[in-house]
Structure formats: structure tokens, C-alpha cells
Design a protein around this ligand. Sequence first.
Ligand code: PLP
Length: 397
Amino acid sequence: MIKELLNKYGSPLYVYDKDILINRCNEMVNFKNKLENNLNINVSMHYSMKANENLSLLKIIKDCGLKIDSMSELELYLAKLAGFNKEDILYVCNNITEKEMESVHDNNILICLDSISQVETWGKNFPNSNIMVRVNTGILGVGHSDKVITSGEVTKFGIAISDINELFNIIKKYNLNIIGVHEHLGSLFLNDKMDNYLKGIESFLKVVVSYFPSVEIIDLGGGFGVPYKDEDRLDLNLLCKKLTDLLKQYIKQLHLKEIKFEPGRYIVCECGKIYGRVTSIKKDYIGTDIGMNVLIRPEMYDAYHKIELFPKRDTKIITTNFCGNICESGDILGKERVVNTPEIGNSVIVYNAGAYGYSMSSNYTGRLKCAEVLIDNDKDILIRKRETIEDIINLQK
Ligand SMILES: Cc1ncc(COP(=O)(O)O)c(C=O)c1O
């Protein structure tokens, strides 16, 4: 199947399994339903489409009953194209232009603003409107790398508690209505960091109770992790129970209508793989066509992705480094992996590539972006064509 797909669609190739995607969506919907029952309050799961914005995947996610979180005009356009209703789209942005704000406003989408100056810009243009604001309580968030921890003393995100009085002055000046408060602590926590996540949520809830007691919505962001190596799966039952206990203490002091979450990685990560090919072999390195332009996570975050060779061979076992075809020493896909010696042309499979894989891929060193294929009941469906040289040239003079 791997070889046939690579022959048919070219290499490297992103391949998604529809069943796994639906399973993950259903798990999030069950989590939402349980929390809703426990708290007797509406809970919404907004899929954070920055993780993967392929239109066909968005349609599946929508059909599973999730809402969506977008953060750019293209993401918003794709969310609408996938069929999400305007009221189910949230725009959680950072440092956007006045023009972009105008487009969110004209589309009648609820925006979440994350600095005093962005609130001022919005207020000047759209007085008397509803907004959400993102706060930073100052407590250190959780994430797989410092680069994706988005709460703490040093971060570009959110309105600091020390700035809240100034926020209220601007709100008053433009007669804005803060209907929701948001916090996203960071990306990827598992069971070992569940209590840190809950501590962050608790500090957020304290801020909401103290400063925003009349808001309708609280948004607890994303961050639900998946195992990349051999970690245990996130215990969603335990998380739901602990969140229930915590939220119960605080929501009785509020007048909430809705609690939102924004899971990205959890939904799409495990359904996606990259198929590629071994292109060269030398001492200590297996060269492949899966460069950092295809998957940046190992280079950018030192992230681990399981890698396998296909077909399985009964050759000498070696410890080696998988690398790509880009002119940087950091272009290493996997360090010190123990594998059977491959042959040129063997297939390479990179697991858990569905989140922040294609969406972070690039044309660096003139490489064209991959095709994407969906596996649906043993049928392979091309859901994004491979980029062509013409696609690139057409944008230039
Ligand atoms: C504001 C916001 N919400 C949600 C997410 C999704 O996070 P994750 O994919 O870890 O669930 C992110 C990711 O960085 C984010 O910045």
C-alpha cells in the first residue's frame, strides 16, 4: 500500500486515516458531553485549525459536531468553505492589522483580542460591539517546548493582570462589551503535566471571578496532548473529573452560558503519517526526501516522531540518524534510531504527522509542497494535489 501510494501520488506524501480522525473527534465530543452533564452548562469544542487546515479534514471534523477556531483570513475563509456556521467560528488572533479586523467584523465572527492596543484599534473601528479578550495570569503554562508555552511572566500573548484597569478604560471609552475571557496555556500536556495544566486553569478562573464576573463565556484554549513516543495516553476521564471538580468551585460565582476549548493537535495528530523514500545511505546517516520543509517539528522543537522503514528487512541492525535533503545541519528527522540497514528506494514512514505537519511545511530551498491523501475504508482519495512549479511561478513577476 505504501509503495503503491508513493508511486501513484509521488514522494513525499501526507496520508491521513479517516477512521482515526473520526475516533479522535468523537473522544473530544464525549469529553464535551460529559463535562456538559457534570456542570449543566454548554461546552463547545472549537477545533484549532492551525494544526491542519486541509478542507476535506475540516469537513469531517465539522460532521463530527465540532466547532472551529481560526486565526487568519485564509483560515476563516476555509472554515466557511468547509461549512462551519459563522456562530461556530471563533477568531483567536495575535497582532493583526486593522484590515484583518475589518474582515473579521464584516464576517460577523466573534473575535478574541489579546492586547490593550488591539482592543483600542478594534474599539476605534467598531465601538459598541462584543469581543472576547485573552488574558495572561502570569502563571507558567504547559507545553512540549518553550516555543509553545504561551502563558507566564515572559510571553507575547494575552493582557497582563496589571493592565486590566487600562483595559476597562478602553472598554468604557468605546462602549465595548467583553462577553468572554480566554486563556491558552500552551500546546501538549499529558498525564504527568495534568496538574500543572489545572493549576494554570485555576489561576485563570480566579482572574475571571475577580475581574470579569459577568462574562458569558470562558475559553480554556487547547493543549490536549498525544503520545509521540511511548508515553501513556492522556486520561480524558480523569481530566474531565478533575476539571469538573475545579470548575464547580468557580462557576457558581459566575453567570456563564458557555465554556469553550480549542483542541488542535489531539484531533488530527495521530491520523496523519508522512510516507517518503530512502535516497542515500552513509555512515551514521540515512538520507530521505522528508526534509525540514516537509516536517519542521524535529528541527524547530527537537520533537520526536517515530520512524519506520518499509519493507521490513532482516539485515544488520544499526543506530543511525534519519535526515532530509535540505542544506542545514539541523535538517535531522530522527536522531539515533535503531533500524535494520535499508536499501536505497525503501519507504520511510513518519508517524503522528497530522498536526503541525503540512500546516507548517514550506518551500524552503525550492521544494514543492506535498500532496495529501485520505484513506477512507481502503480507498485512497487525493485531498490536496502536489504543488507544481507553475503554482510557484504564477505568483511571481
Ligand atoms: C490560541 C490557541 N488555541 C488553541 C491552540 C491549539 O493547541 P493544541 O494544538 O495544543 O491543542 C493553539 C496552538 O498553539 C493556540 O495558540
